[in-house]
Design a protein around this ligand. Sequence first.
Ligand code: SF4
Length: 476
Amino acid sequence: MDPQANSSIEDSVKEACGIFGVFDHENAVELAYYGLYALQHRGQESAGIACLMDGRIKSYLGMGLVGEVFRDEFFAKFKSRHAIGHTRYSTAGSSNIRNAQPITIDYAGGQISVAHNGNVTNGWRLRRELEEQGSIFQTTSDSEVVLHLLARPEIRSQPDPIAAALRRLQGAFCFIFLTPEGIIAARDENGFRPLVLARLGPATLVASETCAFDMLGAEYLGEVAPGEIVRIDARGITRSRYAESKRVSHCIFEHVYFARPDSRVFNQNVHLVRKAFGRQLALEAPAQADLVVPVPDSGNSAAQGYSEQSGIPLEQGFIRNHYVGRTFIQPSQGQRDIGVKIKLNAVRDVVKGRRVVVIDDSIIRGTTSKGRVRRLRDAGAKEIHLRISCPPTRHPCFYGIDFPDPKELIANQMGSVEAICRFLEIDSLAYLSVEGMLKAMDKPGNFCAACFTGDYPVEYDAEFDKNAMEGARARR
Ligand code: SF4
């Protein structure tokens, strides 16, 4: 099958969500807004902020980017010292306002709001159980399950209901809860997704990535540990474990692609890790070339590493148009080249007549890569050697990252590197090895690389979940 036939212009994978929390700051709502702005790359479909006003949680949710959802009227009405926020891309559950977060409920235990990043792998099984016992779900997202668990009498009667509810969940989850008493941050025992803490004067902040703290001038305190609950309230910060972490499995794709290069993720700076990927790639897959050209922006750091290691000069052979918004109309099949060109154009005077090593962070369906290298050819590049700073992506992710169907992944469709090379019409292609990628990590044994290797750290019943999700949608 020709992958071009069913391609979208952007064949990138999508992150699940970004979450942010503030306790005890006079401008908590504004801080949450700025925090979400810094985390916008983690989800662009909807955004929401919940805050405490006169002892009650009030929330404001909308579809779109953070800057589109929160306008002057929101800031005029919402004032609080405590707030949590969420920016969403849907991996489990459809994209509509009903699935926007934070989700807020009133129940016998009081009022509580939750913002979630990740994917609860037994979420649909739990949901079915809870529905059979009378729970009525408002959303089609897996995040709501934790609230229904909290409302159960057998969980509410536990000394630590949050811990008891979390112990029922499997898979990938970082939660920030807001209650009338304070905020509570919790992370799954594998530590799939990042969750970090900071201080800003008297305030305590929680976020998916440290880039949100840098923007606010906050002091980074460290990670919420896998299996940990951090309670932040008038008594201070209380840390406890709800589960022992048996197998830490941080998502390596956060470093490959998702996280911002200025963030510190799993205790390593993303830019420096990507540079190390690039250096290793130069050792594993050298090329005879005149220039190293990054695919901006996520290929920049790896290209720098490749250039330093190989001694081949780095040049900006592509320029990205940063002003292509979501309203950009997807061109029809015949105009597809325009779509690629409008986002990324080759610099003719840089690449003409030169042998170019192009560094990209990943190839997913391959259609976008094909368009990009064609830009270079059209601009007169003599040879194109594509180097990918991660291994071939072959398997789905069940822990909060949305890859296309495995059948659509070019590494599965084409099989061999030679076949992909022919499809892309380039002179050579090489990927970073799994071992080479993990070499860049301080603790290589603490990473999930299942989308490359198929070795899943937590079980997942994809067929059950697909049926349950379709069933839930059909009942609406
Ligand atoms: S399968 Fe891939 S994307 Fe998913 S958590 Fe593991 S490394 Fe990350």
